[in-house]
Design a protein around this ligand. Structure first.
Ligand SMILES: Nc1ncnc2c1ncn2[C@@H]1O[C@H](COP(=O)(O)OP(=O)(O)OP(=O)(O)O)[C@@H](O)[C@H]1O
Length: 408
């Protein structure tokens, strides 16, 4: 996502598409959000619930969550996804580059207009609500903190825009910084914060507006590996406490699996699979997802324990199925031989050729072509003993017990 900019609380102008009114590093005098009622504690609970409370005008109960059908049509791209989430649920939008994740997030924030569809949050239609008036908080990959404001004033900016007095806003901001473990950094400017601290300030700023929808755009992408580990676990804790809907956009399957209750995988502007992280990891339905979760995936037709692949040979499985199925197995389940193994069952034995080799953690991953295209993991020692190199002929076997077949 490239510098989108949903609300007054979230920083300077977006570079393209409709500008967010009252956006930018202006004096924090934006209009009050339409919905800042704190009956349910809003975004993670208001640290000072008695403060900054703005009367609600909502006729609907605030327990409905998110119901969205987002349709955005551009000359070369069409997004059409349905997105629902219950309060307290964290949903991750996962997908390859250009899938439409950012477009979906911008549409939720009101920065990209819907071509069709609808957007309802806690019973209120938001389609026509301008970005700065939506009860939406956004955390960006690159934080987008105001460089000239202290951490405290960056966080206080949100409540100020939503009608709190300066003193109220600062009190609330101090409470949020405290909650994020950043109390001692309140007077520090963003340039003096580490990446992890800046990201937590950005999260505090978003939560301080008590949003009913929290949008997180690749929130950990700019952090180094070590910081990422810490911030990921802190973010997980804060999201677990968050009482409204959170939507996270990420490329990283680990972030998605750790942070989200439910994954929605988008490819080419459409939802291709959704479910719990465990469901998706166990039963991927596209090559992209199979690759993400590190599985070999094939489609075919099952007759009992035999699955005849659409392209390629048959695979023997332990499941007894009929009709269209997927078959998956991990690269670690593959055993390679240079010579045809004698005594091995002829089942799940394929003649292949090494197309490429790469280091994968402490293993070597071999990409194989031939009777069956597959990835195989083996130790460095085994790769050396087999004298594997691109072009080398190999035999690959997989035990039926290591495969997993499920209906397509
Ligand atoms: N402002 C825009 N105007 C026109 N086309 C755009 C605009 N923003 C994005 N697109 C196009 O819309 C499609 C979806 O892009 P989008 O940024 O939503 O994907 P994404 O899944 O977030 O990708 P990435 O992971 O690379 O950020 C792409 O083809 C992209 O080129």
């Amino acid at each position: 996502m490239t510098n989108p900019h949903p609300t007054a609380a979230d920083g300077p102008q977006p570079p393209h598409e409709p500008p967010a009114a009252a956006d930018g590093a202006q004096p924090p005098q934006g209009p009050p959000a339409p919905d800042t009622d704190s009956r349910t504690g809003g975004a993670g609970g208001n640290p000072n619930p008695a403060e900054g409370r703005v009367p609600t005008t909502h006729p609907h109960p605030r327990t409905d969550g998110l119901h969205a059908h987002l349709v955005v049509t551009r000359p070369t791209f069409h997004l059409d996804i349905t997105l629902t989430a219950a309060p307290g649920e964290v949903v991750a939008l996962l997908g390859p580059n250009g899938a439409g994740k950012t477009t979906a997030l911008r549409a939720l924030a009101g920065l990209t207009p819907l071509t069709a569809g609808h957007l309802r949050l806690d019973g209120t239609e938001l389609d026509r609500t301008p970005p700065e008036s939506r009860p939406v908080g956004v955390v960006f990959q690159d934080y987008l903190l105001f460089p000239h404001l202290t951490a405290l004033d960056n966080v206080a900016f949100g409540p100020r825009c939503h009608g709190a007095t300066r003193a109220e806003a600062r009190t609330q901001a101090a409470a949020w910084l405290d909650r994020m473990g950043l109390a001692e950094h309140a007077g520090v400017k963003p340039r003096c914060l580490s990446g992890g601290q800046a990201q937590r300030v950005a999260l505090a700023r978003a939560l301080a507006t008590r949003p009913r929808l929290l949008l997180l755009d690749e929130p950990l992408a700019a952090l180094d590996a070590r910081t990422r580990l810490d911030v990921r676990s802190q973010l997980r804790r804060h999201l677990a406490e968050f009482e409204a809907v959170a939507v996270l956009v990420t490329h990283d399957p680990l972030d998605a699996m750790v942070l989200a209750d439910r994954l929605i995988v988008i490819e080419h502007g459409k939802v291709v699979q959704e479910g719990t992280p465990a469901d998706i990891a166990r039963r991927p339905r596209t090559d992209y997802i199979a690759h993400l979760v590190g599985l070999n995936l094939y489609r075919g037709r099952a007759e009992g324990h035999m699955v005849k692949l659409d392209t390629g040979p048959a695979i023997t499985t332990t499941e007894d199925l009929a009709g269209d199925v997927f078959v998956a197995f991990p690269p670690s389940a593959v055993t390679l031989f240079r010579d045809r193994p004698t005594g091995a069952s002829a089942r799940n034995l394929w003649r292949c050729e090494v197309a490429g080799l790469e280091t994968h953690g402490d293993q070597i991953r071999a990409d194989l072509t031939g009777e069956l295209a597959l990835a195989a993991d083996l130790t460095t020692v085994a790769a050396a003993e087999l004298d594997l190199h691109p072009g080398a002929p190999v035999w690959a076997t997989v035990k039926a017990t290591q495969t997993h077949a499920y209906p397509a």
